[in-house]
Design a protein around this ligand. Structure first.
Ligand code: AMP
Length: 113
C-alpha cells in the first residue's frame, strides 16, 4: 500500500508541487508553520532517517541539495530558513515517510518547541 507522500509524488493526491524529479518532489505543507513551509520527500518510501541505509546515501544528499535549491527558488535563501527532519514519536514525526521540512519567511526560534 502506498504512503500518503507516495500518492502525492504520483499525483494521486493534490499538492502544490514546487519541484519534482526521478528521486524526490517538493510541495507545500498542508498545515504551514511559517510563511514558507515546504516538504521535500524522496520517491522511495524510507520511513525515517533511522531506517535509511548505505544504499540511501545519494537520496539523502539529494534531499538536502534539493531543499537548498527550492529555498532559493522561493527567494528565502538570503533571509535564511530552517531545515528539519522529525524522527520518531519524540521527534514529532507524524507521517512515516521520510521528509525534510523547509521553514522560512519569518525568524525561527531556538530551541524549537
Ligand atoms: P512530520 O510531523 O514531521 O511527520 O511532518 C508531516 C507533515 O506532513 C506535517 O507538517 C503535515 O502538516 C504534513 N502533511 C500531512 N498531510 C499532508 C498533505 N496531504 N499535503 C501536504 N502536507 C501534508
Amino acid at each position: 500500500m502506498k504512503t500518503l507522500f507516495e500518492k502525492i509524488y504520483d499525483g494521486e493526491i493534490p499538492a502544490e508541487i514546487h519541484y519534482r524529479d526521478e528521486l524526490c518532489c517538493a510541495f507545500t505543507d498542508i498545515s504551514p508553520q511559517a510563511p514558507v513551509h515546504i516538504l521535500v520527500v524522496p520517491r522511495k518510501p524510507i520511513p525515517r532517517v533511522a531506517d535509511a541505509g548505505k544504499d540511501d546515501l545519494e537520496i539523502l544528499g539529494h534531499l538536502l541539495l534539493t531543499a537548498a535549491s527550492v529555498a532559493k527558488k522561493l527567494e528565502i535563501d538570503e533571509t535564511g530558513y530552517r531545515i528539519a527532519i522529525n524522527n520518531g514519536p519524540d521527534g514529532g514525526e507524524t507521517v512515516p515517510h521520510l521528509h525534510v521540512h523547509i521553514l522560512g519567511g519569518r525568524q525561527m526560534k531556538w530551541p524549537p518547541g
